[in-house]
Design a protein around this ligand. Structure first.
Ligand code: MD3
Ligand code: FE
Length: 224
């Protein structure tokens, strides 16, 4: 350090706050893997197009009769749907009457690699829910309780426009932690954090260089 001139020192001190830590812990068994999906994008995006050609995004109606602002699709053995009669996982896409598209190998590999990086070995997702947010779209606080078991983690991949994620407690009224999620970030939730309330604030206007005016989120689950 002694023979560093002031310019070199300034470079180091100034650079430090810019540096995103590779892994942010947000809960006892939850973390954000910053930029983890970026090296996979070249293979991920064409696979996403293939899935969407077979099961296009659609807006669904909640049991309460509200149209969700987020448009959904799914791939894998199980896909998540909602309508006036309730929420559930199904083997067939109700819109086409055909099984949900297969989960592309690259989706599966990425989800498993991220789970492993977060300390969950042998994650075998059988469902990938794909959410599409346009500016203004949001997801209200909720728990994910439709899966048969809560033993497996959930792996979430964020692409496109940034989002402010709400990471809450175990009751709706508990104060939420705000976590910014950027293009390429992956969040892994499991264990004691699996049933936390969570949601997404309305997406702000913007254009993403790679995906345009939208945010796409994959959630990998063990549903069946
Ligand atoms: C936190 N999706 O699809 S990431 C959902 O960004 C959903 O599209 C949001 O909530 C999104 O259900 C948030 C996924 C997520 C999933 C499960 C969780 C976050 C979680 C379970 C516990 C805590
Ligand atoms: Fe959720």
């Amino acid at each position: 350090m002694n023979n560093m001139n002031p310019t070199t020192l300034d470079l180091f001190t100034d650079a430090e706050p810019e540096q995103q830590p590779r892994r942010d812990r947000i809960g006892e068994q939850s973390c954000v893997l910053r930029g983890f999906a970026l090296p996979w994008l070249d293979r991920l995006l064409p696979a996403l197009e293939t899935v969407l050609a077979a099961a296009p995004f659609r807006q669904m109606v909640t049991p309460g009769g509200f149209i969700m602002s987020v448009a959904l699709s799914s791939c894998g053995t199980w896909g998540w749907t909602t309508d006036r009669s309730g929420y559930r996982y199904t083997r067939d896409d109700p819109q086409t009457g055909r099984p949900w598209p297969d989960m592309p190998e690259v989706f599966f590999q990425l989800a498993q690699a991220a789970a492993r990086e977060a300390g969950f070995t042998d994650f075998v997702p059988d469902s990938c829910l794909i959410n599409r947010y346009v500016p203004g779209a949001k997801m209200s606080l909720h728990q994910d309780k439709d899966e048969k078991s809560y033993a497996a983690p959930i792996v979430s991949v964020s692409l496109g426009l940034p989002a402010m994620f709400l990471f809450g407690g175990f009751t709706r009224s508990e104060k939420s932690q705000r976590v910014p999620l950027l293009h390429g970030d992956i969040v892994v939730w499991g264990g004691v954090d699996r049933l936390r309330y969570h949601g997404v604030l309305p997406i702000k206007d913007g254009q993403h260089a790679c995906l345009g005016e939208q945010r796409i989120n994959f959630t990998f689950r063990r549903a069946g």
